[in-house]
Design a protein around this ligand. Structure first.
Ligand SMILES: Cc1ncc(COP(=O)(O)O)c(C=O)c1O
Length: 462
């Protein structure tokens, strides 16, 4: 074993790998450098980043403007207590206010998406007391702490429940998952039952304070809701006095083509949370934004929340720089052009690979849901397989792609296609060429049918 390999093994022996059995954390890949849409390992091997790391490196790697802003702040004033304020905070809020949907005006800054949602939970429960119940959806991820995992629907909650690391007062609403409609209905004849059932839940449950939703579901499937869903959900919340929290941790910052995904449906939530993209991952930010109505409530009430690193100047210094870079990028028209190309290339993959059941998404945020059988939609793997010893088919495809120089994240039933927004058409083609080869691994385990792949996010076109 080389000296470097030995040191990597030692590192693994002395650190906890995230979200995995530790026997699977023996020799992590050492990344030495990253630039644009590529990263490089210690041997110099190049990998295209087709998932923006954890769907956060929206501006790609080594953006000079953002790096410079942080370096400048580090040499000027790296830290003061959140009981003071800084020029970095003033600049960050000013920059954010130029892109926030109208009506969202009050900010709290933390250091992760999880914390952004924790803050939202506390606000909702204080504001709506004595109502306290939170509705979420099964296809969701909202963070790693006890409370945010409780209102997460994915397999990570199941383990947290077994470890008794959850809170009370959370209920799950149906997903707006047209490819596998929980009511077995078909849009547009469905009457948007997935939203209507929320109304029924709220009235029957009682004590519901808020509902938290990802506008386009992230890790759990890039599920784009029907166009009627969000306006109807907003109406149901208003009629029942329930707060609408949108978790834009993954979908924010032009990932879906607009600054925030909820803007696709002209709906303003009561609380919006974000993280990842707001610094393009150059610094760990979490942001909770509320309406003035909620802000006014806290004028006379203690905001029972804070952290040592709340309003951290290094984090905040990255925000105005990132905002400026996003604006420049969107003005160039590149992301808009490439997202169309990306969609067409993914649809082409759908035509050529029988393992692809559904191709869905928007902007630079797409899912390839893999199935064993397109006709029955029988999946290769299910939720319970995620943390089992079952060899996930999606993982087999992603591992093969990685060996060919393409980093693409795999969840238990889908591949996460979410490249940095700076990616070019030619770079998309390079990635697709690799995926095209890797997907044959799943094709071999597929029952051949004559059923075409589904395009479940193409509402109104079929
Ligand atoms: C929708 C959503 N919410 C919250 C989180 C948690 O964010 P973080 O990992 O920064 O705590 C994530 C992370 O992937 C996410 O995708």
């Amino acid at each position: 074993m080389s000296k470097v390999d030995q040191r990597i093994s030692d590192l693994a022996r002395h650190t906890y790998g995230t979200w995995r059995r530790q026997e699977l954390w023996k020799h992590p890949l050492l990344i030495e450098d990253a630039e644009g849409v590529y990263m490089f390992d210690a041997s110099g091997k190049r990998y295209m980043d087709f998932s923006s790391q954890l769907i956060c490196s929206n501006l790609g790697h080594k953006n000079g403007t953002v790096m410079e802003a942080i370096a400048k702040q580090a040499s000027k004033l790296p830290y003061v207590s959140p009981g003071f304020t800084t020029q970095a905070a003033i600049d960050a809020v000013e920059a954010l206010r130029t892109v926030m949907p109208e009506g969202l005006e009050m900010f709290f800054f933390s250091t992760s998406g999880t914390e952004a949602n924790e803050a939202a939970l506390k606000m909702v429960r204080q504001y709506k007391a004595p109502s306290y119940k939170i509705l979420s959806r099964y296809r969701s991820y909202h963070g790693a702490t006890a409370s945010s995992l409780t209102f997460t629907g994915d397999p990570r909650r199941i383990l947290a429940e077994q470890a008794r690391c959850t809170i009370d007062g959370v209920r799950f609403a149906p997903d707006a998952y047209c490819y596998r409609c929980p009511f077995n209905l078909k849009h547009p004849d469905c009457g948007i039952q997935c939203a209507r059932y929320v109304d029924y839940m709220i009235r029957e449950e009682g004590n519901v304070a808020g509902i938290i939703v990802e506008p386009v579901v992230g890790t759990n499937g890039r599920i784009v809701p029907p166009p009627e869903y969000f306006p109807l959900l907003r109406k149901i919340c208003d009629q029942n006095g329930v707060l609408l929290i949108v978790d834009e941790v993954m979908t924010g910052w032009y990932r879906t083509g607009k600054a925030f995904a909820v803007e696709h449906w002209n709906v303003t939530p009561d609380i919006l949370t974000m993280a990842k993209g707001c610094t393009a991952a150059y610094a760990p930010a979490g942001v909770t934004v509320t309406t003035n109505e909620i802000a006014n409530f806290f004028e006379g009430e203690t905001f029972d929340h804070g952290h040592t690193y709340a309003y951290h100047p290094l984090v905040l210094s990255a925000i105005p720089a990132a905002v400026a870079e996003y604006k420049k990028l969107m003005d160039s028209g590149l992301p808009q052009r490439v997202s169309d190309h990306l969609k067409n290339r993914l649809y082409k993959l759908g035509e050529e690979h029988p393992c692809i059941g559904d191709v869905r998404g928007m902007g630079h945020f797409w899912a390839l849901e893999l199935v064993k059988n397109r006709e029955t939609k029988e999946p290769f793997n299910v939720k319970a397989d995620k943390f089992s010893r079952v060899d996930l088919v999606t993982n087999k495809v992603a591992t093969d792609a990685m060996s060919q120089g393409l980093y693409v994240l795999a969840w238990y039933d889908n591949l996460i296609i979410a490249p940095p927004l700076i990616i070019s058409e030619a770079e998309v083609d390079e990635a697709i060429q690799i995926l095209d080869k890797s997907l044959t691994i799943a094709d071999e385990e597929t029952v051949k049918t004559s059923v075409p792949f589904s395009r479940s996010s193409e509402f109104g076109t079929s």
